[in-house]
Structure formats: structure tokens, C-alpha cells
Design a protein around this ligand. Structure first.
Ligand code: SIN
Length: 433
């Protein structure tokens, strides 16, 4: 089937939906979700969203982001992120987002490597609430259509420019012809045996970029979150124990009940010291202890963590949680400029699939949803400038289901072999396809 739209957006997380909401509402937008819409990584985000507390905090926020990122960040992108943080959080509130408040003010929490408390949150289910807020708005917009269970097979191209995508949907192949395409297809955690990400997050955007010679960068910048719940199985994604629990005072201990690290150092440093401690004590985990904190505070402030741990027989108010580092986030990706534009004409990328350079080599906690907001809006505003004067190029194609399925398989194999090269001797951390 041929489908015609002004903008095609691949991905239904914060970046995909916020981009859609910022496209002129006289333009048709199609959003693709690889599985069900709420099965995106955004939905899983716990800690919150960073923002400069006020104009005076912008420089310190930039410094914290650069320091965590080992100064490998692109400074002008970090400045955009910090300067546009307040405006975008306010827009999100305007769209109905319900953050937690204390004494009439936004309640700011703390996570590793932030010099001050500057993370807004909604208990420990910030991502779920962001998803619900944006999804409600998207559903109310007549110009936006969502296709679930739809996988991008490849891009449609004409004279080197993107003009939409080939997708597998309803056991058939559709050709979605679009003036502009935005890849917001998320990260790579599904390629790893142990990750906090959904299993469906298999780096599809990176695979498609690689095969179309679209510039990608920093493929080795892969973040391990220090504290995922330790469980001895590799089938499912790992449950995250939010860094904000450490931000609120929870402490790390080795299995001999000894402290070994400052819990609020940057993520890579905390993850390294946990691995070290596991080696020294010949254990597969360390403990994160919040049991000395007020029980009522834990239950109200961290209901998701309390509930999920309880389901697994751990009472966080009473006993320490076994935790270990697992893959969490990808800082590299499709190279984009400050408007999220890629090296291919008419193609944008935002969110985890993209590399704006804001995170450097190690993302500062809670900067991911913020990057999604700031840079997807920038993509949309850039698209809005020319969209009305542009034509859709309706290309003819004839790809059958079997061929599309083979391309999807080969996308997965090619991205896996790329990350095997990147990981070198640590390649055993990847899934076997
Ligand atoms: C967390 O809550 O620890 C995760 C937040 C993030 O990845 O920035």
C-alpha cells in the first residue's frame, strides 16, 4: 500500500511524539511504533528530567554535563540543551505534565554528578507520565496518525534525499511517502544480554543509517547504569533502580557490608567501582541500601521501585537491594546538527538514535528526556520552515513481505556485527542472533 504524508516519524517515545506535536498542525504526520506505543524506553524512565533551575544555573548545568561527559561533549549543543531546558519543561507542563511539587514549587531531586538538585520528576515514574501526557495530546490531534507494530525496513530515497520509508505492517509492506522523515527510533539496549531497555530496541535506526551511508559517530560511547536490580536471568530487560534513590540518600555496600564509593559520582565511575568490588568479593552484585530511610517516604516517593522489588520478594523499606551495572544508554548515534538534521537531505534524527554531542562520552543523569524534548522541537521547527513549499516524491517500489523480512534480519545482523567490532573483547555482552 502507498501512504502519503507530510512528515514520517519513526518512534513513539518522547522525541517522536514531541516532534509530532511541534509540527505545524495543518501538516499530516504519521508516527510508527515498532510494537505497542507504550513499549518505548521513555515509558520506563524513572529518575526525572534535568533542567536549569533558573537562568543563573545555566552555566553550572553546562559544566556538570561536560564534566560527566569527560569533556567529549559538543559545547554549543550543551549550551542549547541548558538554555532551552526551562522553556521546554514549561511547555511540557502546559501540555498537562504533572510533576511533583513541594511547598508550591517544583520538587527538584538530585542524581550523580549534578552539583545541585535540578531534576524535576513525577515520583519514580516520570517517563510513564511524560508518555501519557504526550500520547493524550497526540491522540487529540486530527493531523497525527499512529501505526503500531510497524517496523521500518529501509528509507525511500530519490537522488540521495530521503523521501519516506518502507515499512512492514499488518503482515504486509507499505510505502510511506513523506516530505520529511524523522528517525526517533531509540537506542541499542536490545542488542545486549543485560540492559534496562526493551528487547525491541535493537538499533534499527543505526542499522539503516549505516547501510545508507548516513554519518554516524561515537559508536563506542555506551553507558552502563550502575544500579539495575540483579536477577540471574538474561531473557528479560533488567529492572532499573533509579539513581534518584541514591540522590535521596541510599548507600552502596559490598556483600561484606562495606561502603566502597561515593554514590553520586558520574555513572561510569560508580559502575566501574561496582565491577571492581564484585571482582574483589567474587560476587555478581553489590547492595544498594535504602532501608534506613523513612518507610513512608520510600513508598510514596519511589512507588514503582517499591512495588517491583516487592513482587520479587524484596522489601526495600527493610532490606538492601542486590544491584549490578547493565547497559542503559547509547551516547553515540546518527550525527546531527543543532536542528537534528542528518547528513542525508530531508532526514532528521532525534533522541537516543541521534548524536547531538550533548552527552559526550558519559551522559549526565536525567539529560536524556531533556535532549529528546529540546532537539525534537528544534527538528520540528526547522521542518516547519519549508514544509508548505515542498512536494512529496511518490517513488514506485515493489518489495514483497519475504524480502522485507530478510532486510529486517540483515539490518539486525549488520548492526550486531558493527557493535561486536566496537566492543572487541567484551562482545560476549551482546545477544546471539
Ligand atoms: C535513573 O533514574 O537512574 C535513570 C535516569 C537516566 O537514565 O538519566
Amino acid at each position: 500500500m502507498d501512504i502519503y504524508t507530510d512528515v514520517l516519524i519513526v518512534g513513539c517515545g518522547v522525541s517522536g511524539m514531541y516532534a509530532a506535536l511541534n509540527i505545524n498542525n495543518n501538516c499530516k504526520v504519521v508516527i510508527l511504533s515498532k510494537s505497542k506505543t507504550d513499549e518505548c524506553n521513555t515509558y520506563l524512565a524513572q529518575g526525572g528530567i534535568s533542567r536549569a533551575k533558573d537562568k543563573d544555573d545555566i552555566d553550572l548545568f553546562i559544566q556538570d554535563t561536560m564534566k560527566a561527559g569527560k569533556d567529549k561533549n559538543k559545547e554549543e549543543a550543551v549550551r542549547v540543551l541548558a538554555e532551552e531546558s526551562i522553556e521546554n519543561i514549561n511547555r511540557l507542563i502546559g501540555l498537562g505534565m504533572d510533576f511533583d511539587y513541594k511547598d508550591g514549587e517544583l520538587d527538584y531531586t538530585r542524581e550523580g554528578a549534578h552539583s545541585i538538585n535540578r531534576i524535576v520528576h513525577s515520583t519514580d515514574e516520570t517517563g510513564k507520565r511524560v508518555f501519557e501526557t504526550l500520547f493524550k495530546q497526540v491522540k487529540n490531534r486530527d493531523n497525527i496518525t499512529i501505526y503500531e507494530d510497524t517496523t521500518l525496513v529501509d528509507l525511500l530515497k530519490f537522488k540521495g534525499a530521503c523521501c519516506g520509508g518502507i515499512v512492514k505492517r499488518n503482515n504486509g509492506v507499505d510505502f510511506i511517502h513523506a516530505k520529511y522523515t524523522i528517525l526517533a527510533s531509540g537506542g541499542i539496549g536490545g542488542l545486549f544480554l543485560n540492559s534496562t531497555n526493551r528487547r525491541t530496541m535493537t538499533g534499527d535506526g543505526i542499522a539503516i543509517a549505516l547501510k545508507n551511508n548516513i554519518d554516524v559517530t561515537n559508536l563506542g560511547y555506551i553507558q552502563f547504569h550502575p544500579t539495575a536490580l540483579y536477577e540471574n536471568s538474561s531473557e528479560e530487560r533488567k529492572f532499573l533502580i533509579s539513581e534518584s534513590l541514591r540522590g535521596e540518600g541510599a548507600k552502596l555496600f559490598n556483600i561484606n557490608k562495606q561502603r566502597f564509593v561515593n554514590e553520586l559520582l558520574p555513572r561510569d565511575i560508580v559502575a566501574e567501582s561496582i565491577w571492581d568490588e564484585e571482582r574483589k568479593t567474587d560476587s555478581s552484585f553489590v547492595y544498594l541500601d535504602a532501608s534506613f530511610m523513612d518507610s513512608e517516604f520510600i513508598i510514596n516517593r519511589f512507588p514503582g521501585i517499591y512495588k517491583e522489588c516487592k513482587k520479587r520478594g524484596i522489601d526495600v523499606t527493610n532490606e538492601p537491594i542486590p544491584v549490578t551495572p547493565v547497559q542503559h544508554y547509547f551516547m553515540g548515534g546518527i550525527k546531527v546538527d543543532l536542528n537534528s538534521s542528518t547528513s542525508m537531505d530531508n532526514l532528521y534524527a532525534c533522541g537516543e538514535v541521534s548524536c547531538t554531542g550533548v552527552h559526550g562520552a558519559n551522559r549526565l543523569a536525567s539529560n536524556s528526556l531533556l535532549e529528546g524534548l529540546v532537539f525534537s522541537r528544534r527538528a520540528a521547527l526547522d521542518i516547519n520552515k519549508n514544509i508548505n513549499s515542498k512536494d512529496i516524491i511518490p517513488l514506485k517500489h515493489n518489495i514483497k513481505l519475504k524480502e522485507a523480512e530478510e532486510i529486517i534480519d540483515s539490518n539486525l545482523n549488520s548492526v550486531l556485527s558493527e557493535f561486536k567490532k566496537v566492543l572487541g573483547e567484551k562482545e560476549h555482552e551482546l545477544i546471539n542472533n
